[in-house]
Design a protein around this ligand. Structure first.
Ligand code: URA
Length: 267
């Protein structure tokens, strides 16, 4: 049932023809020629959609390239080994570019006190005031430290090695808002080891968890305080950090016992 092409141009005639076909019962429009639907070509199969990962992962380093923590540790080990004096060591640290904390710090905080002291104090890292002044333990915790050790006759100003203190930190740059990670502590360890070897004190006192980890490879200062260990080839006495004593006055009793143990060891 076809529509004549000459009436296709005439809108009214086309409408009338359509109405007539509907009257005849036409329900759908089909082509002029019969269609064998069983002989149709196979529909084209589209490839499965490609699902992309949410984020492309960063490229992997070549399998034989050392991870950056290892590279930094290697650089630190070489730099520290080449330092034959405290001044050399300070310069090696100033040139060391692998510690992120350096970028945010104003100053390198190297050490304070008497390099001939029998007692070397190892703290964690400089705070705001230390960063500003370039000297360790000059803020409130530092004043507490001075009072604690003065109680057993030791001070950083003393010219006499027997009553002097030498003070340094695991980190010479101020961490802005977090504790150093175990990798960062491990990276700075060769410098600390060299620092202690150059000063060659009789004992090392570690204040808090960061130096405890660097010296004795453990954490839990509240558990370990007062128990002598050995690290960097020296007797090591763990004590709580003076900042902790400022917050928890009850801990001063145990700190006093640790100071007396230090005094006894030095006699
Ligand atoms: N706390 C530390 O551990 N070191 C400093 O130098 C100052 C505060």
């Amino acid at each position: 049932m076809g529509i004549e092409t000459d009436i296709a141009a005439d809108w009214h005639a086309a409408l009338a023809a359509l109405a007539w076909q509907v009257d005849l019962g036409v329900g759908e429009i089909i082509g002029e020629d019969p269609l064998d639907r069983y002989d149709l070509p196979e529909p084209v199969k589209l490839p499965d959609p490609v699902v992309l990962p949410a984020k492309t992962p960063p490229p992997r380093p070549a399998p034989d390239a050392p991870p950056s923590a290892e590279l930094a540790l290697l650089a630190a080990t070489q730099a520290a080994a080449g330092a034959n004096s405290l001044e050399d060591l300070r310069e090696a640290l100033a040139r060391f570019e692998y510690c992120d904390f350096k970028r945010g710090a104003r100053n390198l905080v190297f050490a304070d006190g008497n390099p001939k002291a029998r007692v070397l104090i190892l703290g964690e890292a400089p705070g705001v005031e230390e960063d500003r002044e370039g000297r360790p333990f000059v803020g409130r915790a530092g004043q507490m430290l001075d009072r604690m050790f003065a109680a057993i006759g030791l001070s950083r100003q003393s010219p006499d090695p027997a009553t002097a203190l030498y003070i340094t930190n695991v980190l010479p740059w101020r961490p802005p808002n977090r504790d150093p990670s175990p990798d960062e502590i491990a990276m700075m360890r060769p410098f600390v080891a060299r620092h202690i070897a150059l000063v060659d004190p009789d004992v090392v006192v570690v204040l808090g968890n960061t130096p405890l980890q660097a010296a004795l490879n453990t954490t839990g200062i509240l558990r370990h305080r007062g128990t002598w260990g050995e690290g960097f080839g020296k007797p090591v006495l763990p004590m709580v950090h003076p900042a902790y004593l400022l917050r928890v006055a009850a801990a001063k009793r145990e700190a006093w016992a640790d100071l007396l143990a230090l005094q006894a060891r030095l006699r």
